[in-house]
Write a protein that binds this ligand. Structure first.
Ligand SMILES: [Zn+2]
Length: 415
């Protein structure tokens, strides 16, 4: 180990309690999205950066959803690494089902509990401390390091990372490191793309006894939903190295995302998340609407899916479709320098080699990949993500901090 790497691991060990209490306090700053007001959580980061005498900028196209950018140059020219994490979290509702206060950040049996513990205030904390520690080494570093802590991620909103990559090209860089939850056993180089569609069915409607007088909009919807399964038969077209990576990663994907994940990562999936229709039991319904969440794997385009949807809809003149949301699937090289760096650091620290995988869910990392900037995700297990009793294991969290700090250092020094 060289001296700088020794310093990084020592700082993390010496400031362990500070890193942990930063995350606990971060969780206590409520930032559920919706509504997405992150001012308190952003202030927590700003206070910390000010305390470290680090400069930053606030970019807030929407006042309640601020984004923070900080950057510094090393002593010599080199590559530009961007650290990215979001500060908004899923909502909690009334907190039913939680054993601990969802906004408490309490430690129980070596685990930090609270909304955002794993998704992704732990990962964003890793980015922030990586930035702070590398800044201490700036006189010896090559290249440039940028920190982006963003709002408006959970709802694919326009005021966070999407705004930054569009209007502030200084956040683009050569590579991105992100700590979204996944699994310490995986490095994510790609993700599926959601296509959300709303279908509306209209019929004349009638008295419930007069089924001869009108078709039922609900029954039409039922048949249409069945036929839409056709989209799941679309075959993806991917390059050989991606296909090989996905095949090699089967076990890791099942371990990270549950058994069966490896089977659907390369398939189009269809979920009907919402259905509404009918007014009363004794009426033949004249209207029904439903929302479909179709997930596109790498190698399937929206056009391909919509062609199949169009073919199905041709059989249903009573139905129409509109797009609610679409983010294409994204990926970058599964075998780049950054992947090698992360794997080596995890092997040294944890004794295992993380596998490059594609994830089912989405992250802001896609926004950089859309611009051909490789973006990798290395984060903790998603315990209770988007559900109850969300938590992160304290030691796993510190492992993520170490991997991010050392990998950011190695990446810049290799440049
Ligand atoms: Zn997230």
């Amino acid at each position: 180990m060289n001296e700088d790497r020794d310093s990084l691991t020592q700082w993390i060990d010496n400031e362990r309690e500070r890193i942990i209490s930063f995350l606990q306090a971060f969780i206590r700053c409520k930032s559920p999205n919706p509504p997405g007001d992150t001012t308190e959580a952003a202030r927590h980061i700003m206070d910390f950066l000010r305390n470290e005498e680090l400069e930053f900028r606030v970019i807030a196209p929407e006042a309640t959803m601020p984004n923070l950018i900080a950057a510094f140059d090393g002593a010599r020219a080199g590559k530009h690494l961007v650290l990215n994490g979001h500060i908004d979290v899923f909502p909690v509702g009334d907190g039913t089902g939680w054993a601990e206060d969802p906004w408490g950040g309490k430690i129980v049996n070596g685990k930090i509990y609270g909304r955002g513990a794993c998704d992704m205030k732990a990962g964003t904390t890793a980015s922030i401390f990586t930035y702070v520690f590398l800044h201490r080494l700036r006189d010896r570093l090559k290249g440039r390091l940028t920190l982006t802590a963003v709002s408006d991620e959970e709802t694919f909103g326009p005021w966070g990372a999407r705004y930054l990559v569009k209007h502030h090209p200084e956040v683009l860089g050569d590579c991105v490191l992100n700590g979204e939850p996944g699994s310490p056993y995986t490095v994510r180089f790609g993700e599926k793309g959601p296509l959300w569609l709303e279908f509306k069915i209209r019929t004349r409607g009638a008295h419930g006894a007069y089924t001869h007088a009108s078709e039922s909009a609900i029954k039409v919807a039922q048949r249409l939903i069945g036929d839409l399964e056709l989209v799941t038969e679309i075959e993806p077209a991917v390059s050989d190295n991606i296909a090989r990576s996905l095949e090699t990663a089967r076990e890791s994907m099942d371990k990270a995302m549950g058994r069966g994940a490896a089977d659907i990562v390369s398939k189009v999936t269809l979920n009907i998340g919402v259905i509404e229709g009918g007014l009363k039991v004794n009426m033949v319904p004249f209207a029904c609407r439903f929302e479909a969440d179709i997930r596109l794997p790498l190698g399937v385009t929206k056009e391909k899916v919509m062609a199949v949807v169009g073919k199905v809809l041709a059989r249903y003149p009573q139905a129409s479709v509109t797009e609610i949301n679409f983010n294409p699937p994204s990926y970058c090289a599964p075998d780049s320098a950054m992947v090698g760096i992360i794997q080596k650091n995890v092997e040294t620290l944890g004794g295992f080699k993380p596998t490059p995988i594609v994830s089912l869910g989405g992250t802001d990392a896609r926004l950089w990949r859309y611009r051909d900037i490789p973006a990798y995700v290395y984060g903790p297990f998603p315990h209770g993500m988007g559900s109850t009793n969300e938590h992160v294991d304290v030691e796993e969290f510190l492992h993520i901090v170490r991997v991010h700090a050392l990998s950011a250092y190695d990446y810049l020094m290799a440049g």
